[in-house]
Design a binder for this molecule. Structure first.
Ligand code: FAD
Ligand code: NAP
Ligand code: SF4
Length: 676
């Protein structure tokens, strides 16, 4: 039966046959560890999480990594599948996905030397720079046993009802460690020549295929661009891909960069679809479908990638945390309703790296499907919300979606609060998508928005069953001699009021906003292709002339000379996100930003900023001093409303400014709406 192509996304939403299994579309939900895997009582939570994505129309789901044995887990008690008891556990997940009409493959991941385990193993005893333990080199028998464990794991996955497995051969995990010389120093049949180094990968796939039969999907995630010195050359990548195909893989998925690589590959400053050219190079070399990945988050981008022939399918992981309905919305021509993943990592990877459960900054329901629900209310109320920043928007639209009548007051002429400054930072353009999403949600849920209206106690004291204060923050005012000098600007002057800024600037405060202001003030407008510019700055070689794909980086000259200051002793930006702080620091270093810790600010005058740095007096002779010294809560409505007997709630920055970030604002707004 032939199906008419989708009018808007004819490639993305067309079916594809992979090794005898037909998928309804070209969308693969990429593997992502979310922390539910190891939680007690995880089964229902995991099942509900995957079921929602299957019901949302994903063509093929891939689970987070599951180890084939005890040595391969990423950390102690990591998810493993090697015995019958574990088969039974996985059944709950596969049944839920199939009931929702989906298909799911289980990723088999052996971490090798990346395991956070004292008993980790690897091809050779070469310690990784990102884990504290030196691995033990596998003996010849150890290698054979590990292959046997992979095959056993795949067979158990089949028994557990999975439609396939993904063999994780990228990001620097065990299989990758066998493939490249930097981690494989063996002199036996598993090391030395390239043929020997890829034997482990090829044997694994061949023996797995033999064990699971023809119809079971085998995805091989192949590291096409290692982004580490002495990685694989392009010729080697082609050879491996061909052998993996011959060994029986159904699809090849793209892996970009080892975990120890110092090139950002998925953070928000990476342009959309910045790496699909890598997959495109492999097209024509093999005949099985190729999946591409990295920073694809909206249907238009995905369609463009597929229609240009770069790949046969797209893999997206985080976008399905942000919106489980992504595919259905694209299919129904409702892409403007998609809650877009803005690639911030704040509520997903940053939490997983702290051994916490992942969620999503812009969708706090992700991974909490069984715990927080926006079911229709049985007790509709009339509610006022003051402030249309992230907290107020999340509350207002979620409460209205449940059937409450909501009026949202916003003092300025636009929704979004501080996100209107965040979106202006080079590399944070994705924040615009969140504002677009909420604007659409306002229309869909019928929230009545009163822009340009500064709500006061009188307006709020009657007519509402409850009032939610989401008024955000005020920038902290410093008590410093000369603080009113014309050289002094606040971050709001710079980002929202477009005040003129001179060529040399000192920034007081090196938190998230201090770093962002430094990025904004040093940025040279892009000329030419954004992807080319990004690859140049981070030293990624499109020609892949050297193994690993790295080259010398080329940094455009900074637009201004910046000195970034903090009072604390230690590395600047230590409090930034676990997975992104290093990127912000490297980016500013590339722009010659001077970073000073142990600063004591003395005064500001015509000569500039006078301070001591680690006890030594200095004067920074700068044109401007920009204050980014944190924020305080704006709570002036709270006490009067409480005194007037109003049922009042306070969320986001208004509730607490210290260590506030938008994650808490969205989360508090959504959870309050679920309970009110
Ligand atoms: P706000 O966003 O401050 O919104 C409060 C709103 O209330 C404002 O629109 C204000 O006009 C309105 N208001 C106040 N009083 C009244 C009144 N009486 N009547 C009507 N309306 C009123 N956070 C992150 O987590 N990640 C980031 O990457 C990030 N980047 C940032 C970059 C910049 C440049 C800036 C400035 C902030 C950034 N933040 C980031 C911080 C983040 O934006 C805030 O944590 C978040 O906006 C707080 O949300 P909120 O709703 O509590 O308050
Ligand atoms: P912040 O992260 O708390 O940083 C405030 C900075 O000001 C710190 O460097 C602090 O360091 C300094 N400071 C505090 N009190 C001071 C004082 N009295 N005098 C001089 N310096 C002082 O706050 P922020 O930068 O305003 O950011 C606000 C929120 O937005 C934060 O939650 C932040 O995480 C979030 N945000 C996140 C990102 C991101 O990329 N994830 C980006 C922007 C903003 P010292 O005390 O050592 O001087
Ligand atoms: Fe995307 Fe940020 Fe949500 Fe993670 S937390 S899924 S990066 S929007």
């Amino acid at each position: 039966m032939s199906v008419d192509p989708h009018p808007k996304y004819p490639h993305l939403l067309s079916p594809i046959d992979i090794g005898g299994v037909t998928l309804p579309n070209r969308v693969l939900m990429g593997s992502m560890h979310v922390g539910l895997e190891e939680e007690w009582g995880r089964l229902d939570k995991m099942a509900a999480y995957f079921e929602a994505r299957a019901a949302g129309g994903v063509g093929l789901i891939v689970t987070g990594g599951v180890s084939p044995n005890l040595a391969g887990g990423v950390k102690p008690f990591a998810a493993k599948l090697s015995n019958f008891y574990e088969v039974w556990q996985h059944r709950v997940v596969t049944d839920a996905v199939h009931k929702a009409g989906g298909r799911i493959a289980m990723q088999i991941l052996h971490a090798g030397r990346y395991a956070y385990l004292p008993w980790s193993v690897a091809p050779s005893a070469v310690k990784s720079p990102i884990t504290p333990f030196k691995p033990k080199a596998l003996s010849n028998r150890g290698v054979e046993n590990t292959i046997r464990d992979y095959v056993n794991c795949a067979k158990k996955a089949q028994q557990a009802g999975y439609d396939g497995v993904e063999i994780m051969g990228s990001e620097g995990y065990l299989i990758n460690q066998f493939i490249v010389k930097r981690t494989n120093k063996r002199t036996d049949d598993w090391g030395g020549s390239y043929e020997n180094r890829i034997r482990f990968a090829v044997e694994l796939v061949a023996r797995t295929r033999k064990a699971v039969g023809d119809k079971f999907i085998i995805i091989y995630r192949l590291s096409m661009l290692d982004l580490v010195k002495d990685g694989s050359s392009w010729e080697e990548v082609i050879q491996l891909a061909k052998e993996i195909e011959s060994a029986g893989a159904s699809i090849i998925n793209t892996g970009i960069g080892w975990h120890e690589a110092r090139v950002p590959t998925i953070a928000t400053m990476v342009p959309r679809a910045a790496y699909t050219w890598v997959t495109a190079r492999l097209k024509g070399e093999v005949s099985i479908p190729l999946v591409t990945s990295n920073r694809i988050n909206m249907p238009d981008t995905a369609e463009k990638v597929l229609s240009s022939g770069d790949a046969d399918m797209v893999s997206m992981a985080r976008p399905f945390l942000a919106d489980p309905e992504w595919v259905n919305k694209a299919n129904d021509d409702r892409a403007d309703e998609i809650n877009t993943c803005i690639a911030c990592n704040q509520a997903c990877l940053d939490l997983v790296f702290q051994n916490k459960r992942a969620s999503c900054m812009v969708n706090p329901l992700a991974c909490y499907e069984t715990e927080v629900s926006l079911e229709p209310t049985t007790n509709p109320k009339t509610l006022a919300v003051v402030g249309a920043g992230p907290a107020g928007l999340a509350f207002a639209t979620s409460a209205a979606s449940r059937g409450h009548t909501v009026t949202l007051f916003e003092a300025s002429e636009q929704i979004g609060g501080q996100f209107n400054m965040a979106k202006k930072i080079p590399g944070k353009e994705e924040f615009n998508e969140t504002l677009r999403y909420f604007q659409k949600q306002i229309e869909l849920t019928g929230v009545q928005v009163r822009l340009g209206t500064r709500a006061n106690t009188e307006m709020l004291s009657s007519g509402f069953d409850a009032v939610v204060i989401a008024t955000g923050v005020n920038p902290r005012k410093l008590k410093l001699p000369g603080i009113d000098h014309p050289k002094v600007l606040s971050y709001i002057d710079v980002l929202a009021r477009n005040k003129a800024v001179g060529d040399s600037v000192a920034i007081i405060g090196a938190g998230g906003i201090g770093f962002d202001v430094a990025e904004y003030l040093t940025h040279q407008p892009e000329t030419g292709d954004a992807i080319d510019q990004y690859l140049k700055v981070w030293g990624v070689d499109r020609r892949m002339s050297e193994p690993g794909g790295l080259m010398d980086h080329e940094d455009p000259p900074p637009a201004r000379a910046i000195t970034l200051c903090q009072r604390k002793q230690g590395k600047l930006g230590a409090g930034l996100g676990k997975t992104t702080g290093w990127i912000h620091r490297s980016a500013l270093k590339k722009k010659n930003v001077t970073m000073l810790d142990q600063c004591q600010y003395e005064r500001i005058d015509d000569d500039g900023l006078h301070l001591t740095v680690a006890g030594s007096p200095q004067t920074l002779a700068v044109d401007n001093i920009v204050i980014c010294a944190g924020q305080t809560s704006q709570q002036e409505l709270l006490a009067p409303l409480q005194a007037a007997g109003v049922d009042v709630h306070i969320i986001g920055g208004a509730f607490q400014a210290g260590e506030l970030d938008a994650r808490r604002a969205f989360d508090q707004g959504t959870r309050l709406a679920a309970s009110i």
